[in-house]
Design a protein around this ligand. Sequence first.
Ligand SMILES: [Fe+2]
Ligand SMILES: [Fe+2]
Length: 414
Amino acid sequence: MFKMRYNFPHMETARYSALQLKLERLLDVAALITAERDLDKLLELILKTAVDLTEADAGSIYVREGEKLFFRVALNRTLSRRDKTALTTNFGRSVSIPMDEHSIAGFVAKNRRLLNIPDAYAIPDDRPYRHNRDFDRASNYECRSMLLSPMTDHRGEVAGVIQIINARYRPDKAKWEPFNEEDERLITSLSSLAGTAITRSRLIQELYETYKLVMTRMALAVEQRESDPDTFVHIYRIADYAAAVARRMGLDEDFVRYLKDAAPMHDIGKQCIPDAILFKPGRLTPEEFEVVKKHTIYGSSLFAGMEEPIAKFAYNITRYHHERFDGGGYPDGLKGRDIPLEARIVSVVDVFDALATDRVYKKAMPLERCLAILNEGAGSQFDPEVVAAFMEVLDEILLIREHYERKKREGASC
Ligand SMILES: [Fe+2]
Ligand SMILES: [Fe+2]
C-alpha cells in the first residue's frame, strides 16, 4: 500500500519513527473504515483505532441525530481489566445529550472544533461546559485528560464526536498525561475520515430500510391477491422461522438478517401468474403447472444483476425455493449444496408453514404429521441439516406461530 511520508524537521528520530508507524497504521485502517457498511462495527473500529493511535486508556463516540448527540460506543481498558465484558459496549440509542455548549461533546459538535482538556476536573470557570462526573462516580473511574474532535462528513456536517480519555499514564507522577499535539493531529485525520464513513454507512442503512420496505410491500401485494387473511401473515412468519433455523445452524448475524429480510419475497413472482391458474380450484393441468413454476423465474428476474447483499439473497430465494435436495425440483434442477443455503432454509419453513396453517380451502395438518413430512423429506426434498436444525428449534417455531396467531386474533396488522 502507498505509504505517507510526512516531514517533521524538528522531531528526534525515535519519535519520528513512532509517528511514521502510526500514520501508516492510520492509512491501513482507512481502507477498512471506508469499506465498513455496518454502523456499529464502523464505530467500534474508529474508536479502537483512535484509542490505539493515541495510546489512550478509554474513549467513546457520540453520533449525531438532528440536534442531539447519541452516546453509541465506549471502550475503557482499565474497566475492561476489571470486567472482561466492558471492553466495548454498544449503547444503542439509549443515552443522548443536546448539541449545545453545556456539555463537552455538545460544545465540540456545536463549534466544530477540536478540544484538548488537560484535566477535566480543573476546567476553568469561564468555559460554558462542565465535565459530568456521574459516569466517573458510578464506575469508580476518573476521566481526567480528554481529547475531543468533531467528525465532519464530506458535506461539512457534523456526523458525531469522538472523545478520547486519559492519555499515557505517568506512574512517577501517579497521573494521566494530557494529550499532545501529535495526538491532536492523529485524531483530526481520523475524524475527517470517520465523519464521511459514518454518514455513508447511515445512508446505506436508510437505503436498505427503504429497499426492504418497498420489497415487503410488493410481497404483501402478491399475498393479498388471495382472499385468505392468513396469507400475508405467512410471509412474516416464515421470515421469523427461517431466522430461527439459521441461528441454530450457527450462521452469522449478517446472513440471518439478509435471510429474514429477503424470505418474504419468495413468491413475489406469482404477481405474473394469471388468477385463473393461481386460484384455480382443484388440480392444475401439466401445462398450467408449468406456468406456475415460472414464478421462480419472474421473481428472481427482479433482482438479477443487483450487487446489494439483500438483493442477492432475494434472487437466490425467489429462484431456488422450489429446488429439491435430490435434484428433482425446479426451475434449474440444482442438487444438494449447489442450491444456495438461504433457499434450502426457506424451502423447509415454507412447506412447514403451508402444511401447519389453516387456509380458507383447507385445514391445517396436525403438528406431528407436518413434522413427519419434513423428516421423511430430509435428504430427498429437503437439506437434512436444515431439517435437523428446524427440529432443534421447534419450541421457538411454535412460539413464533403462537405469536402470529395471537396477533391475528387481535386483528393487528404485522
Ligand atoms: Fe413458491
Ligand atoms: Fe410461501
